[in-house]
Structure formats: structure tokens, C-alpha cells
Design a protein around this ligand. Sequence first.
Ligand SMILES: Cc1ccc2c(c1)c1c3c(c(C)cc1n2CCCN)C(=O)NC3=O
Length: 268
Amino acid sequence: MAVFKPENVEDFYEIGDVLGSGHFGQVRRVCERASGTCWAAKFLKIRKSACSRLGLERSGVEQEVEILQAIQHPNIVTLKDVFESRAEVVLILELVSGGELFDFIAEKENLLESEAIEFMKQILEGLGFMHSKNIAHFDLKPENIMLSDKVSPHPDIKLIDFGLAHRFHQGEEYRSTSGTPQYIAPEVINNEALSTAADILSGLSPFQDETDEETLKNIIALNYEFDAQSFSMTSSMAKDFIQKLLLQSPRSNRCFCLFQPITRKQAA
Ligand SMILES: Cc1ccc2c(c1)c1c3c(c(C)cc1n2CCCN)C(=O)NC3=O
């Protein structure tokens, strides 16, 4: 069993604002008392007993820590430290202060194809590195693709949130139905054996429908369409690239990014 620092995280870090929250707990900005450097702290509530339904299994948190320790890459958030109290584990993570890529694109008048290519390149470099170590993210979605900072003209991509990630071992079969409906692969919906090919990338899901059930049916049937207005300025090369990657079989290499200049409201 992995052992994390038993000290009180507040002895080493000043706890700041909430940056986000989820089923796992909260992510907060923290500043290291000794250096003044700021980090992101992910506070994870741990189940107190096997029959408890509240909180996360400690084994799942251990897997997230092991995976983050195994992947050091410029396009993947780094893990600095791990603290543990009686009912909580705290991951001290690289603070990526550029916000979500989705918002960066939505706030721009329009995204040049050359900019989209650069973002795609960095996302694929991070993803390719993970996959080279037989690690799949399993929750790739716009919210988990962030930017290093808000000041540089060409911020770096940072993949975050490895709470659903899995490291495949030789000969192992792994199934899971976790993930976010409009961004999951057909084999996840069908509860089939998974691989790193299930890490499908999309900015605006072309499968999204009125309900999760309809969305899942669209994914299985590969039933999608590209909004003509949104793609009016997209080159035929880019459309051809996306079309070629929208393949149902997990044995083909597929990922697609639809960085369309849309607002969150439109995507909702
Ligand atoms: C400036 C800022 C704002 C919100 C943040 C983060 C940083 C952030 C971070 C992380 C996670 C897992 C979630 C985060 N969230 C929650 C929302 C993520 N889409 C993380 O690992 N490093 C972050 O900076």
C-alpha cells in the first residue's frame, strides 16, 4: 500500500480559492509557505469503510498517484506531493493558470487553423506519451484540456484530471463504463474490453443529442453531422482529417478535435 505524507497539508501550504469541484471533492489554489509558489491541491475524500458509499476507494487514488508519477511530460500536469489525513488524500499538482482550452477558443474572434494544428499537436504529444506507457486517460473532454498560462501568445497544452485513468498490463482485459456521455467511445458504451484507443478527443461532440441516451445511440451508430455554419471556414484538408478519424473500430487510431468557435451556451 502506498504511503503518503501524514503531515497536515496546511503546515506546508496556505489554502486558497476553490478552482473546481466534482464527485471526488475539490480543487483549490494553494501557496507553498516556504517558497510562495502556488499549486493546485486536489482534495479527495476517502471511504472510511468498505461498506461506505461516500468518498473514493483508496486503491483508486493510489492508482491515480502511480499514473501521475509515471508520466512526466510537458503537456501533462505534474504531481509534486501527496498528503493523507484520516479521511482525505491531497494531491499537490502543477497549477495550470491559463484556464480551459475551450474558453480560450470561445473567447477568440476565430481560431486560425495553424493555431488549431499547434494545439492538436501538443494534445497528441501528451496523449501519445501516455499511450506509449500503456496508460489511458478515459475522461478526455474539453474541461480536462487546459492551458499553462494566460499571458504567452502561444500557451502550452496541459492534460489534467487522471481520476479515471488506467494503466494496462500485459494480457489484462479492462472494462469500464465511466466517463462523460457525449465524449465516450462506442466500446465504453458497449462495456467491451477497452484500450488506449478509447481516448477519443473532441471539442464539440458531433454526437451530442437532446438526452444522454440519444447521444449514446448516436455514438454507437456513428451518427453525426458537422454544423455547416461552424465548418464554413474549415479547410477541406481539416474536414478530411476529422472524417478519417471518426472510425468506430477501436483497432483504428482515432481522435478528433472539433475546435469550433462556439460559446459554452451553444454547446450546452
Ligand atoms: C486556474 C484553474 C482553474 C480551474 C481548475 C484548475 C486551475 C485546475 C487544475 C487541476 C485540476 C485537476 C482541476 C482544475 N480546475 C478545475 C476545472 C478544470 N476544468 C490541476 O491538476 N492543476 C490545475 O491547475
